[in-house]
Design a protein around this ligand. Structure first.
Ligand code: TXA
Ligand code: MG
Length: 329
């Protein structure tokens, strides 16, 4: 299959593909999504195929407007409407009770459905013009880094889907916060740019999911996510990162790199290869996946700063711990 890639000029054609039951990749403010009509089971099956995604990992349903809510969910709690007004369109996914019209493949047989209103011009145009809720996971091959550029989607999806809408770089850069509103206490199943402390004024109580998952509440949590192709380990301290780098660089076959925020990178010896994620937490989130995709091509051993001592970096550090399989040197 030939994969077309382009911007706004392809929007009518993209909407037509969605209406016809095809799969289209599109940008969102978090990461790129791989979308199909959420009500069309055959179309949704194509997403699972293109990604190589396990059938028991449910998809998020993307909506254009609030009037679509009652078509995809039922028994919606009051708090959902409050959060939608305050935080959306934006990087927040709400888990609600599923409407029976949503085919079970979309939610992997669960009675609940994740919904979100993406805040990206092309995503909103696609949702509006195709006139249907769009089920979409991140547009990477299952287990790979989430894509934050059209080019990154192309690397993973060329030849597998008919079209990629390219909207440039995703601004937020890590996937949406997933908040379960189906049982109390309301629980964050996946941290994202909207943090527990931002949500708590509207919910009174919200639990941050922590620790190992035995019986997974969010089915996706049990899968290895966001991992670069090469070895990737974490380092909390600059000195430890340098010692480890030198040890690894001793073997001439190795091409290590240290990746961290500006402060972590700035006074490292000149003979050490480094990549900076940026300064603020927003910058670091926004550049994270793209930096890792770049690094795994150029290097074969990544030493990645671990931010567990920086509360503001909580959500980004969740992705870092997955990329480094919780290994700290
Ligand atoms: O920012 C995002 O959320 C991006 C963009 C494209 O919207 N999407 C995304 O989708 O990250 P995906 O499929 O890569 O991750 C969705 C996560 C998975 O961990 C999945 O298990 C969980 O949300 N999820 C989806 N529906 C769920 C449900 N009904 N109950 C519990 N967890 C659910
Ligand atoms: Mg994903």
């Amino acid at each position: 299959m030939k994969t077309k890639i382009g911007g706004k000029e392809l929007i009518e054609e993209a909407a037509e593909l969605i209406r016809k039951g095809e799969v289209v990749a599109f940008p969102t403010e978090t990461v790129y999504g791989l979308g199909a009509d959420a009500f069309n089971a055959k179309a949704v099956a194509k997403i699972f195929k293109a990604k190589g995604r396990p059938a028991d990992n449910p998809l998020i349903v993307h909506l254009f407007s609030k009037d679509q809510l009652n078509k995809v969910a039922k028994d919606i709690p009051e708090e959902a409407y409050v959060l939608i007004d305050i935080f959306t369109p934006g990087p927040l996914t709400l888990i609600l009770n599923k409407h029976p019209d949503i085919p079970s493949i979309t939610t992997s047989g669960l009675n609940t459905v994740g919904i979100r209103f993406p805040n990206n011009e092309l995503a909103r145009m696609l949702l509006s013009k195709s006139n249907t809720p769009i089920a979409a996971p991140s547009a990477n091959i299952s287990g790979r880094l989430s894509p934050t550029t059209g080019q990154a989607v192309y690397e993973d999806m060329d030849g597998k889907i008919p079209m990629i809408l390219d909207g440039g770089k995703s601004q937020v850069g890590i996937e949406s916060t997933v908040l379960d509103l189906t049982k109390k206490p309301y629980t964050i199943l996946r941290p994202g740019a909207i943090s527990a402390s931002m949500l708590v004024p509207y919910l009174l109580e919200v639990k941050n999911f922590k620790g190992e998952v035995k019986v997974a509440t969010s089915p996706g949590m049990k899968y290895q996510h966001y991992a670069p192709k090469c070895i990737c380990v974490g380092a909390k301290l600059k000195d430890r990162a340098i010692i480890h780098y030198k040890k690894i660089a001793n073997d001439k076959c190795n091409r290590p790199v240290i990746i961290g925020n500006f402060n972590f990178i700035k006074d490292l010896p000149v003979n050490i290869e480094t990549l900076s994620l940026g300064d603020s937490v927003e910058e670091c989130m926004s550049s994270f996946f793209d930096t890792l995709r770049y690094a795994e091509k150029k290097y074969n051993y990544i030493i990645l700063q671990n931010f567990s001592d920086f509360p503001d970096f909580f959500s980004l550090n969740n992705r870092i711990e997955k990329a480094t399989s919780h290994i700290i040197v």
